[in-house]
Design a protein around this ligand. Structure first.
Ligand code: NAD
Ligand code: GLY
Length: 382
């Protein structure tokens, strides 16, 4: 069962509304999921945050697609729209240099503590803009308008922001919640198929972590979602956001349960790092491989029924998600070392997110490295 059923926001009946609540604080916000929110985003923002001075931050791929429409609705709703900030598309924009450039552009146009930033783009833009908002003038409001499936079901929700540094990915950042998240599923129409499929790995992940019924829904309807069926997109994205909202409300600062969201990520990060985070393997593809490995390992260790692991592999295969990385030369020692140095490793022991079954992920400490090595060899065919 879904932890909470998304409702319709009263003023705007075409979107599903998922609340993110932090008990004992007033920092909650809504995630609105719908069709064509790009045409009335200005009003939606006005209804929640009033008429504001807005600056849109976006990237060079997304700007030509959606920036004008967003600016038009902001102006129509009476907001004062500043000069947009457009950064180069891609992970390299999560950098000190781009952060400085964004901050400088905000100062140059006289942004102040009341300015509202709007992050229009994928996870790169969401992380960069969220982090900028958290430090500009000690913190200004930010609205997330995610345009990739990955960003819609994961990165725009929950307040993790940051940039990459020479010391690693996401090594400088903050927990900083947005004031509103607006998700227009029609933006997925322009997303390359490979990116949509990679984002879908994060969708299935929620079912595998905490909701067996949602995994069954994915197995039955995942293909429709990937083919652009609006109702399936809305349903799945709202369901994922509701699950993430529940986890984040319990563990905002990632000291416990939030770690479950990293199912498949320790394996996946090792592969991404070995491949220099380049285009050979997208993050979601790495997560799919890692998730399949986590279930296989769980079955091998007797934690999880083997038919559950098989069901995961079967769904990934049928839907087109990879179960192994692209052909290449891989070194199991290097991958193991990457896993050992992963942020979830404690005092040299392997800490992994494994599962007792579909919908029952858990954090397992002190995992024996031997079956993990064997699994790498099987996965890589070496
Ligand atoms: P991305 O932002 O780089 O977007 C992927 C590509 O799609 C880019 O080329 C982008 O320009 C393009 N794009 C975006 N929307 C488009 C659209 N609608 N149509 C056409 N092209 C579009 O990557 P991503 O996969 O969205 O996000 C990855 C980033 O998210 C990583 O930096 C990762 O660390 C971060 N992340 C953060 C969290 C978090 O909780 N903050 C969670 C997961 C991932
Ligand atoms: N994407 C993992 C998290 O938000 O914790």
């Amino acid at each position: 069962m879904l932890p909470s059923s998304p409702s319709q926001p009263a003023a705007f009946p075409t979107a599903l509304c998922v609340p993110v609540a932090f008990p004992a604080t007033s920092r909650g916000y809504d995630i609105q999921v719908g069709v064509n929110l790009l045409s009335d985003a200005g009003q939606r923002i006005e209804a929640t945050l009033g008429k504001r001075r807005c600056v849109v931050v976006t990237d060079s791929n997304v700007a030509p697609l959606y920036l004008k429409r967003l600016e038009a609705t902001l102006i129509a709703a009476g907001h004062d729209v500043g000069a947009p900030i457009v950064v180069p598309a891609g992970e390299s924009s999560k950098s000190y240099a781009t952060l400085q450039s964004v901050l400088d552009q905000l100062f140059a146009q006289g942004a102040d503590r009341k300015t509202l930033l709007i992050a229009l783009g994928g996870g790169v833009i969401g992380d960069l803009t969220g982090f900028t908002a958290s430090i500009f003038m000690r913190g200004i409001d930010v609205v997330q308008f995610p345009t990739t499936l990955l960003a819609q079901v994961d990165s725009s929700v929950g307040g993790k922001t940051g940039i990459d540094t020479p010391h690693g990915k996401n090594t400088v950042g903050s927990f900083y919640q947005p004031r509103l998240v607006l998700i227009d599923v029609t933006t997925l129409d322009s997303l390359p198929t490979r990116e949509v499929l990679a984002g879908y790995a994060e969708v299935v992940k929620y079912g595998l972590i905490m909701d067996k019924e949602f995994f069954a829904w994915c197995a039955a309807h995942g293909a429709k979602l990937l083919n652009g069926d609006r109702e399936s997109q809305r349903h799945a994205i709202a369901a994922c956001c509701a699950m993430k909202a529940q986890i984040v409300a319990e563990d905002e600062h990632d000291n416990g349960k939030r770690g479950l969201l990293n199912l498949g990520h320790t394996f996946g990060h090792a592969l991404e790092a070995e491949l220099d985070y380049d285009a050979r393997l997208l993050h979601g593809e790495a997560v799919a491989i890692g998730t399949a490995m986590a279930f296989q390992l769980s079955a091998e260790l007797g934690l999880c029924p083997s038919w559950d692991a098989q069901a995961v592999l079967t769904h990934f295969k049928e839907i087109g998600l990879p179960l192994a990385p692209p052909a290449g030369t891989y070194d199991v020692d290097a991958l193991m070392q990457r896993m050992g140095h992963d942020k979830k490793a404690e005092a040299g022991k392997l800490v992994l997110i494994l599962a007792r079954g579909i919908g029952q992920a858990e954090i397992v400490r002190d995992v024996n490295p031997y079956p993990v090595r064997v699994l790498w060899k099987n996965t890589l065919g070496i």
